[in-house]
Design a protein around this ligand. Structure first.
Ligand SMILES: [Zn+2]
Length: 435
C-alpha cells in the first residue's frame, strides 16, 4: 500500500474515454433463457476438454513438463526442437510459468492433446499432440487499443517516474511513458532539474489484452510545464509512405532540435578544434578544445540550443563566459564575452537563438572572438564532427494542415485538469508495515 490518493476527477475523466455500449436492455433479452457462455481461453473452448493447470518448477525442462502427460520422449524432443524455431522462439521453459494441459474428458491417464504455454502477456505457444507427430505454433491473444489521457505534477523529493507510477498500472508502461516524455522534450527540458510544481499532460493510446493494459502505443500529444514555461509536442505524420513521423511544437518546429551551427550569425572560424595548436598568447603548443569564431566587438552571441544557464561568470583565461546545460548529454560554453545579455545568470532558462552575451576579448584572447566549447558527457568535443539525432523537419507546405490538425488536440490538453496527489508527510514514502 502506498500512502497517497488520486483525485477522483482523473477516474471520471478516464471513464469518459472508456464508456461504451448501451445501458438499457430490451424485454426480449430479459425473458430469454440464460445460456452459459462458452469458457474460452487462449482460443480453446475449455468445456470440450479435461483441463489440467500446472506450473513450471525450478530446473524443469520440457521433459518435466510433458512426460507426466503421456507425451513420448521422441515427441518431447521434437517439441523442444520445434519450439526453438525463430517463429516460435522458445529455447527453454521458465520457472513459475503456469501452463495448461488439455486432455480428453474422462481420460484418467490425462494424456495431453494440447499443451498451452504463455510466452508473455500477449503471446502463447500451442503444442499440438493430436497426430502422430507434433505441431508447435506461436499464437497471440487479441489486443485492443484505446485512447487515454494522463496528467500529473512533480512533487517535492520526487521525479517523473514517481509521478507516472501513480497512474499507470504496469511498471513497463511507466518506463515506456517516462522514456517517451524525457525523449520528446530532451531538447527543451533538462529532466535532471525538474522542479516541484512542474506539470505534464499526455494523450496516448493504450494497448490492452483481455482488459489488462500492458503497453503504451502511439503518443498523440504531450504538454510539459517547466518552471512556469509551457511546452507542447504533437505527433504528426510528415510522410506516411516513408513512415516519417515527428513531434512538433505549436509553431511546427521539430522537437528534436539540432544545435545552431555557430553561436554568432556573421563570423568566420579563426581557429578550429584541435588537439595541438600554437597558442597565440601563451606562445606554446597546446590543445584547443573549442572553435573560435572571430566577429566584431559587441556582436550578439546566441544560445545554440534550449537549455539552462549553469554559469555566467568571469574566470581567468576564459574571461566572461556562459555555460548552458542542454540535456543530460550536451552542454555548451561561450568564452571571452565583453559582457552578458540582460537577465543572463545562473539558473535562467534560455531558448535556441536567445542572445546570451556579446563578443569581446576578455581573458586570454588576442582579438574579439567567441571561443565556442561543446561538451558531451562531460568531455569537450568538436561539435562540427558530432552526429546529432536525425531530424524530420516540417515542410512549409504542410504547416497550414498541421496547425489546423493540432487545434482541437491543443484545446483538449488545455482543458485537461492536472491530477494531484495527496501525500502524507514531507516526501513520498512506502507505508510502514504494522507490527
Ligand atoms: Zn578558443
Amino acid at each position: 500500500m502506498k500512502n497517497y490518493l488520486l483525485f477522483t476527477v482523473f477516474v471520471a475523466l478516464i471513464s469518459l474515454f472508456s464508456c461504451g455500449g448501451n445501458g438499457t436492455e430490451s424485454d426480449d433479452q430479459k425473458d430469454s433463457v440464460f445460456v452459459k457462455p462458452p469458457n474460452i481461453e487462449y482460443g480453446f473452448n475449455l468445456d470440450s476438454f479435461q483441463v489440467i493447470r500446472d506450473t513450471v518448477q525450478p530446473e524443469w525442462t520440457m521433459s518435466h513438463m510433458l512426460a507426466p502427460y503421456g507425451v513420448s520422449q521422441v515427441n518431447i524432443n521434437l517439441a523442444a526442437q520445434l519450439a526453438t524455431d525463430s517463429t516460435v522462439g522458445l529455447k527453454y521453459v521458465k520457472e513459475g510459468v503456469p501452463f495448461i494441459i488439455l486432455s480428453e474428458i474422462g481420460d484418467t491417464s490425462q494424456k495431453a492433446i494440447y499443451c498451452i504455454y504463455p510466452k508473455n502477456i500477449v503471446e502463447f505457444i500451442v503444442f499440438d499432440f493430436r497426430g502422430d507427430s507434433v505441431v508447435v505454433e506461436k499464437r497471440e491473444k487479441e489486443t485492443s487499443v484505446a485512447e487515454k489521457i494522463l496528467s500529473g505534477e512533480i512533487i517535492k523529493n520526487s521525479n517523473l517516474t514517481f509521478a507516472l507510477d501513480q497512474q499507470l498500472e504496469d511498471i513497463n508502461m511507466t518506463g515506456e511513458m517516462a522514456e517517451f516524455i524525457a525523449g520528446v522534450f530532451a531538447w527543451t527540458i533538462d529532466f535532471f532539474k525538474l522542479h516541484p510544481g512542474d506539470e505534464f499532460k499526455v494523450i496516448y493510446s493504450e494497448k490492452s489484452v483481455e482488459g489488462t493494459p500492458f503497453s503504451v502505443g502511439d503518443i498523440k500529444a504531450a504538454w510539459f510545464k517547466h518552471q512556469d514555461k509551457e511546452f507542447f509536442a504533437f505527433r504528426y505524420v510528415i510522410d506516411s509512405a516513408a513512415k516519417k513521423i515527428g513531434y512538433f511544437d505549436t509553431a511546427g518546429k521539430e522537437m528534436k532540435r539540432p544545435f545552431l551551427m555557430s553561436p554568432v550569425k556573421y563570423s568566420r572560424i579563426s581557429s578550429g578544434f584541435t588537439m595541438n595548436r600554437f597558442h597565440p598568447v601563451q606562445k606554446r603548443w597546446k590543445a584547443h578544445l573549442g572553435t573560435d569564431y572571430a566577429a566584431p566587438h559587441g556582436t550578439p552571441i546566441l544560445a545554440t540550443a534550449n537549455g539552462t544557464v549553469i554559469a555566467a561568470t568571469y574566470a581567468g583565461g576564459n574571461g566572461n563566459y556562459v555555460k548552458i546545460q542542454h540535456n543530460e548529454t550536451y552542454a555548451t560554453q561561450y568564452l571571452h564575452m565583453s559582457g552578458f545579455a540582460p537577465g543572463i545568470k545562473k539558473g535562467v532558462y534560455v531558448k535556441q537563438g536567445d542572445v546570451i552575451g556579446y563578443v569581446g576579448s576578455t581573458g586570454l584572447a588576442t582579438g574579439p572572438h567567441v571561443c565556442y566549447r561543446f561538451w558531451k558527457n562531460g568531455e569537450q568535443i568538436d561539435h562540427r564532427a558530432e552526429k546529432f539525432p536525425e531530424s524530420v523537419p516540417m515542410v512549409d507546405s504542410l504547416l497550414p494542415d498541421y496547425l489546423e490538425y493540432i487545434k482541437p488536440i491543443k484545446a483538449q490538453i488545455d482543458s485537461m485538469p492536472i491530477t494531484r496527489y495527496i501525500i502524507t508527510g514531507d516526501e513520498p514514502v512506502e507505508e510502514e508495515v504494522e507490527q
